[in-house]
Design a protein around this ligand. Structure first.
Ligand SMILES: Cc1cc2nc3c(=O)[nH]c(=O)nc-3n(C[C@H](O)[C@H](O)[C@H](O)COP(=O)(O)OP(=O)(O)OC[C@H]3O[C@@H](n4cnc5c(N)ncnc54)[C@H](O)[C@@H]3O)c2cc1C
Length: 386
């Protein structure tokens, strides 16, 4: 196996999560000759679904990742106590199993390896495996996910369950936010539902909360109650996923990553309010892949600078979202629903730009115009707490 010989790699990607998978795909699409090694800690493919909005990415980016898209819908809806709204913008989901089957074909089965429990990054161009063997590459990319110590903020906590139903559910487009469910103090609660097939649904209980953990039984019950309310006849669970995403209240300082290229959650690369990161991963993957075709030999120092610049730009864009997070979470918890409900009365274009990280100055003004759902004092507090 190439991996065991003294082989020189163009790229070694550590962690086969969302980000490195997208980067690996882009690298091989732009330059099939590149030697790319993808190393994953776990022993098998994890079962995730990652979604994004049509307007989050360009049409050329869409064409490149189209084979990876497992489910797509022409529009989606949101539900609040005062109204339901359908938003005419495509919504897409990528399943990790589907993604990995494409990656194995693109990389070659020997270049996508699981069960790597002892990978140690030594320099920007070398790793150590099994405490002894050193493997070199032109460039190492660290995509090992969130480091616990990195974060101080609030959490978006999910329990997602994929259910088979004994009769069709009748839902034809996703409900990405149903906030008609019970709201508790100090959290914002909604249910997210993807109609995968006529007889299967992905139902996710989602909460923005100050607590890093929630009782799983409570989340399970909430999903069951929601299914009963919608008269969905749940038969058996296909898969279950629990997780949390850090939601920053302040713009994090640039992480010192000692010249090692970090991506994804390792580098705080996510939309600070929604927690989505797939479109950002696609953008960075495109930048890295474009760089890779401009040179005969990948240079990790050049690439480090490229990624660092990307992270700094991303963090600048997140200042506004962090301020919104403060407005949201420092405000009285009774206001959470009012704020979200108000947001979804805004024009489609602003909602699309919000998710896509592309708010213009005028979009930002528009978000704050109209009757404020929170008091002036609370707003001032959030602004000054930059
Ligand atoms: C339930 C849930 C639903 C979500 N839905 C969406 C969504 O719809 N859209 C969206 O954009 N985002 C979504 N997110 C957020 C998204 O999952 C993260 O932003 C994304 O996974 C971050 O990607 P990553 O590659 O940085 O980390 P991860 O995807 O967490 O991948 C890190 C990988 O590194 C591996 N690893 C760790 N240590 C090592 C090691 N020492 N050696 C080798 N490998 C290692 C891990 O096993 C893992 O596979 C969701 C998150 C959750 C929890």
């Amino acid at each position: 196996m190439n991996f065991e010989k003294n082989y020189y790699w163009d790229f070694i990607l550590i962690g086969a999560g969302l980000w490195n998978s997208i980067i690996a795909w882009y690298l091989k699409q732009y330059n099939p000759k590149l030697n790319v090694l993808l190393l994953e800690l776990s022993s098998s493919v994890k079962n995730h679904i990652w979604s994004f909005h049509q307007n989050d990415i360009s049409s050329s980016q869409y064409m490149l990742i189209k084979p990876l898209i497992t489910y797509s819908w022409p529009s989606y809806q949101v539900k609040f106590p005062k109204f339901n709204r359908k938003i005419f913008s495509g919504y897409y989901s990528i399943c990790s199993k589907h993604l990995n089957s494409y990656l194995i074909r693109a990389l070659g089965i020997n270049n996508f390896l699981f069960n790597n429990k002892t990978v140690e990054i030594i320099t920007p161009t070398s790793i150590r495996i099994n405490n002894k063997k050193i493997i070199n590459a032109n460039c190492i990319i660290d995509g090992r996910g969130l480091k616990n110590s990195q974060f101080d903020g609030i959490y978006q906590i999910f329990l997602g369950q994929q259910w088979n139903l004994s009769s069709p559910h009748g839902l034809d487009i996703p409900i990405i936010m149903d906030a008609t469910v019970n709201q508790k103090n100090d959290e914002y609660h909604f249910i997210y539902t993807l109609p995968l097939t006529p007889n299967s649904l992905m139902i996710e209980d989602t909460r923005y909360t100050k607590k890093p953990f929630l009782k799983i039984d409570m989340l399970k019950k909430s999903i069951k109650d929601y299914a009963i309310k919608n008269r969905w006849k749940l038969k058996n669970i296909e898969r279950e996923e629990i997780g949390s995403i850090p939601i920053a209240l302040k713009n994090e300082k640039i992480i010192k990553f000692k010249k090692i290229i970090c991506v994804g959650l390792r580098a705080n690369l996510l939309h600070a309010t929604t927690g989505y990161s797939l479109p950002i991963a696609i953008q960075l993957a495109e930048n890295i892949a474009k760089y890779s075709i401009t040179t005969n030999q990948i240079n990790s120092t050049v690439l480090f600078k490229l990624v660092k610049k990307f992270i700094i730009n991303h963090q600048k864009k997140q200042r506004f979202f962090c301020m919104l997070n403060r407005l949201f979470f420092l405000s009285n918890s009774r206001c959470h629903l009012d704020i979200m409900q108000y947001f979804y009365t805004l024009p489609d274009k602003i909602i699309r730009n919000f998710y896509a990280n592309k708010l213009s100055f005028f979009d930002k003004i528009r978000i704050f115009s109209g009757k404020p759902p929170i008091s002036l004092f609370q707003a001032l507090y959030a602004f000054l707490n930059l």
